[in-house]
Design a binder for this molecule. Structure first.
Ligand code: AMP
Length: 539
């Protein structure tokens, strides 16, 4: 027997329809690439996303086509979130920090047909456009008078020119909620980046979950600053959750330095902010010498990398701001856990509460976690015993885009993280099995760094490992064995990296050794290598 309730598909257009109707004058603030502050609201975003819908129709772009963005957090990017997905096309948000060759690979793999970019990325697009034959339309996110005269990009048009003449009323189509809505590539481990293709259903369920009180606790009283980029897993879903609850949104544009972020928080009375530890480190370092405090900020979600205890203390003790430590992945839309306390913890002394807050947190309805030991058995939940972390749920990946084989094992997604779980379900990440380094919230593939090193004629063997860094959380260094009879300097090898990988991915240091430890299966024993290096440094 079926229930007798209305069937309304969970669609992203429903979010913007709701926000436009019920929170019309709630502000959307953006710092633009030009540096000025732009003021819009949910009614405007709603209207302009409908203009995008008309403009896409005029282009004759088929349903399911990919529309890519190379853009900072801002109102035009937000309008594309709704205008593109709302018409059953797929919004492909690209990470502009990648090397141009990687970007070209991603655009070609996604078969993007339209590419919208902030003017900051014009040089990148100039380097890209001849290598990306699928892109038929190039759109600069600017006014028509700001278009460069001789960009060298055929048919380049301005965003405002593209949508300006369109009608601001569009009948959003109704379709199956499992339709693809957005695409995000993750470029962590070996081989090419892999695409996670979200659906309208997974996006809306994630938005519901993220807004829950024990998760981000978002409401119409909030002024929300996503410092986490909109090209990083949809800014952790905040554009969708904020539309769902009618929160004010404040976008930092390209200015993520401590001074700019602090000014924006104060000017726009931000109550809730989200970002990776590196950004908050820059913010706190800016504020401390000035002796300034937050007047409105209440909560901040910190994730993407482990949040240092000192940061949680500084926010709480110096500023009375509650830090919510979160863990997630591109493949999880991204939220997997968030660290909020339970009723029984409220009577604990502050230092014991703090011990809990340092963990990555507990899962919430919609996502399930398990930890398996080396024998593939469920690990005990004692907060000590660790194992491989697996996830499953309504917003967890089933298959990567254009890959026939599913990464799931017995229906669970292997995260590549190693974790413990305590009796109350609080998860703590203790290590990674995937061979990657996360610097300032961005991935560096150890294997790519090693491959470049061994392509140098003097290098016999190379291993890339992470070292802890107070600003960037982790930085890569490369350990090298030089071929017998040859000579290589650190400067020569570091210069060899230039142009072969993004500048920020180049290792900070080169350490020359006689041998690198290898395991029985021929793999480099990185833990042993780290131990050896520590011993070498100890005397
Ligand atoms: P991404 O897909 O780029 O969002 O990266 C996901 C990965 O980042 C996870 O699998 C973890 O290795 C790491 N990560 C995310 N959040 C945290 C956290 N709070 N603590 C430690 N590692 C984290």
């Amino acid at each position: 027997m079926y229930g007798l309730m209305q069937q309304r598909e969970l669609l992203i257009s429903g979010l913007i329809e709701f926000a436009q109707k019920n929170h019309a004058d709630t502000e959307i603030i953006s710092r633009r690439v030009e540096g000025d502050i732009h003021r819009s609201n949910w009614a405007e975003v709603g209207k302009r996303s409908q203009q995008i819908a008309h403009a896409l129709k005029r282009m004759d772009l088929a349903v399911g086509s990919r529309v890519a963005t190379l853009a900072w957090n801002g109102y035009r990017h937000l309008e594309l979130y709704f205008g593109v997905s709302g018409t059953a096309r797929v919004l492909h948000t690209i990470n502009p920090r990648l090397h141009p060759d990687q970007l070209a690979w991603i655009v070609n793999h996604a078969e993007d047909e339209v590419l919208c970019f902030d003017m900051t990325f014009l040089p990148l697009v100039q380097a890209l456009h001849a290598k990306t034959p699928t892109v038929k339309h190039w759109i600069a996110l600017c006014d028509t008078h700001q278009l460069p005269k001789d960009s060298g990009i055929p048919g380049l048009q301005s965003y405002e020119g593209w949508i300006g003449q369109e009608d601001s009323a569009f009948d959003w189509p109704q379709f199956d909620e499992n339709t693809a809505s957005s695409l995000c590539y993750t470029s962590g481990t070996t081989g090419h980046p892999k695409g996670t293709l979200y659906s309208h259903r997974s996006t809306l369920l994630h938005a519901f979950g993220a807004a829950l009180p024990d998760v981000m606790n978002l409401s119409a009283t909030d002024s929300v600053l996503p410092v986490v980029p909109m090209f990083h897993v949809n800014a952790w879903g905040l554009p969708y959750s904020c539309a769902m609850v009618g929160a004010k949104l404040v976008f930092p544009g390209p200015a993520m330095d401590g001074k700019s972020v602090y000014e924006l928080i104060e000017q726009e009375h931000v109550t809730f902010a989200a970002g990776v530890p590196t950004v908050w480190q820059m913010l706190l370092s800016h504020m401390k010498p000035l002796g300034v405090r937050f007047s409105s900020l209440k909560r901040t979600v910190i994730g993407g990398s482990a949040c240092p205890p000192s940061m949680i203390h500084a926010f709480k003790q110096d500023h009375g701001v509650e830090v919510l430590h979160a863990w997630g992945m591109t493949e999880l839309s991204p939220l997997g856990t968030l660290c909020s306390l339970k009723n029984k913890h409220m009577s604990l002394p502050l230092d014991q509460q703090m011990k809990i807050r340092l963990k990555q947190g507990r899962s919430f309805f919609g996502v399930d976690l398990k930890i398996l030991n080396d024998q593939g058995q469920l690990q005990v939940h004692d907060g000590q015993s660790y194992g491989d972390l697996y996830a499953k749920g309504s917003w967890v990946i089933n298959k990567y885009f254009k890959q026939a084989q599913s990464p799931l094992i017995d229906g669970w997604f292997p995260t590549g993280d190693v974790a413990t779980m305590d009796e109350d379900g609080y998860m703590q990440v203790v290590d990674r099995t995937k061979d990657v380094i996360k610097s300032g919230g961005e991935w560096i593939s150890s294997i790519d760094i090693e491959n470049i090193a061994v392509s140098h004629p003097s290098v016999a063997m190379a291993a890339c490992i992470a070292i802890a860094d107070p600003k960037w959380d982790e930085r890569p260094i490369v350990v090298v064995v030089v071929k017998p009879g040859l000579v290589l300097s650190k400067e020569e090898l570091l210069a060899f990296y230039v142009g072969k990988t993004a500048k920020w991915q180049i290792p900070d240091d080169v350490i020359f050794v006689d041998a690198i430890p290898i395991g029985a299966t021929g793999k480099i024993l990185k833990n042993k290598l780290r131990e050896d290096l520590l011993k070498r440094e100890a005397p």
